[in-house]
Design a protein around this ligand. Structure first.
Ligand SMILES: *Cc1c(COP(=O)(O)O)cnc(C)c1O
Length: 408
């Protein structure tokens, strides 16, 4: 006897997934959840399910979704003026960069939009500084970078990635970069040559799986750079703006970079805002026409950037991240799990490393999703927990019940 089964009608979620599958380039592998609303640490899917957002858009939403002050600043600015281009001045960029430079402790900032653009800006800055200030022979400037780095997706940036997939099929690449192991001060010492103009580094490697370098590494690397006249360039796009429990992750070791790169949370999850920040010695290599961006420093982005920065400072999100992160990491480590190799991180930038014998991190993320927690695997074995820094201890307590159930 046979029974004929009729397939159930596709769910609302299924319809959105199919549409994206059909019309989107397949350059991502998202979890199968379709979100349509967010507030604070919470997001909702199209079926009305609520989730704790423990990715926070790769730390672009440190202030929480739709923070009222950031939304109000954006609304107000949208009713006045949104884009002027840099052919004219606007009344928002100066105040924003003033606040940003005061907070970070530098002379000047060059505003861009995405993180990758700010990294490109820093690369151009230290190369030109190398030629004009250091006297490196034209075309020979070298920048040292670290294995397993993630600095963005432009052809120049992926050209110095050590990740095959980031590079494969996209060459030829920009020369002038040299890869060394991350966290290895001797490798840095050995790699510095007469034409080395910069050392570009993430204070914690986020995309590589939340890799925390040995204590003292940033301080020693910065000192080594200073002794050799090499610019120390910190990519704090993900680690900065409170994420690791300090305003900048370099603050953990009292390191002041020569060039500081910020992005992500500088736009408060509302609008892309990034910047390369430095003292005049570096910034002054840029003269009119050398570099630019149609949208960089626009009034809407600047208003959003000002509000995003203010929320981080006014709500003391760095301290929250430090206190909650330390506590949360201890609680994660206390979970008796046969699957967890290690829990590592700083502040609320935390990686739970899944044992190879337990498979990849992906099924754990899928199981967390079923229990109302959104996290995304990074580098196959790592579940990253990086919620908005406005999260409360109670919300994390509730999340721990679900996380524990999944990890056990
Ligand atoms: C996200 C990220 C970037 C790239 O930023 P985009 O806005 O995606 O271009 C660069 N560096 C680090 C460390 C990042 O986390």
């Amino acid at each position: 006897m046979t029974t004929t089964m009729t397939a159930p009608p596709p769910s609302v979620t299924q319809r959105y997934l199919e549409e994206a599958e059909r019309y989107s380039a397949h350059n991502y592998h998202p979890l199968p959840v379709v979100l349509d609303r967010g507030e604070g640490v919470w997001v909702w899917d199209v079926e009305g399910n609520r989730y704790l957002d423990m990715l926070a858009s790769y730390s672009a939403v440190n202030q929480g979704h739709r923070h009222p002050e950031i939304i109000a600043a954006a609304r107000e600015q949208m009713d006045r003026l949104t884009l002027t281009s840099r052919a004219f001045h606007n009344d928002r960029m100066g105040p924003f960069l003033h606040e940003l430079c005061d907070a970070a402790g530098f002379d000047a900032a060059l505003p861009m939009n995405t993180g990758a653009e700010a990294v490109e800006t820093a690369i151009k800055m230290v190369r030109k500084w190398g030629y004009e200030v250091r006297g490196v022979p034209d075309g020979h400037a070298e920048i040292i970078v670290c294995e397993d780095n993630f600095h963005g997706r432009t052809t120049t940036i992926v050209g110095f990635s050590s990740e095959d997939q980031y590079r494969a099929g996209f060459g030829p690449f920009t020369p002038g970069f040299r890869l060394i192991p991350y966290g290895d001060i001797d490798a840095l010492r050995a790699a510095i040559g007469p034409n080395t103009v910069g050392f570009l580094v993430e204070p914690i490697q986020g995309e590589a799986g939340v890799i925390v370098p040995p204590d003292g590494y940033l301080r020693d690397a910065a000192a080594l750079c200073r002794e050799n006249g090499v610019a120390f360039v910190a990519d704090e796009i993900q680690t900065g703006l409170g994420r690791t429990g300090r305003f900048m992750c370099c603050d953990w070791e009292d390191v002041r970079p020569d060039v500081l790169i910020v992005g992500k949370a500088l736009g408060g999850g509302v609008y892309p805002v990034s910047a390369a920040i430095a003292d005049s010695e570096f910034m002054d290599v840029f003269r009119p026409g050398d570099h630019g961006s149609t949208f960089g420093g626009n009034p809407l982005g600047a208003a959003v950037g000002s509000a995003s920065l203010r929320v981080i400072l006014d709500e003391d999100l760095s301290r929250r991240s430090d206190e909650l992160g330390t506590w949360f990491m201890d609680r994660l480590r206390a979970i008796p799990s046969p699957h967890v190799d290690e829990v590592r991180g700083r502040g609320l930038m935390i990686g739970v490393v899944i044992r190879e014998s337990s498979g990849t991190a992906r099924p754990f993320c899928e199981a967390l999703k079923e229990r109302g927690i959104l996290a995304k695997e990074t580098h196959h074995q790592v579940v990253r927990f990086a919620p908005p820094l406005t999260v409360t201890r109670t919300e994390l307590e509730d999340a721990l019940v679900e996380i524990e159930a999944v990890l056990r």
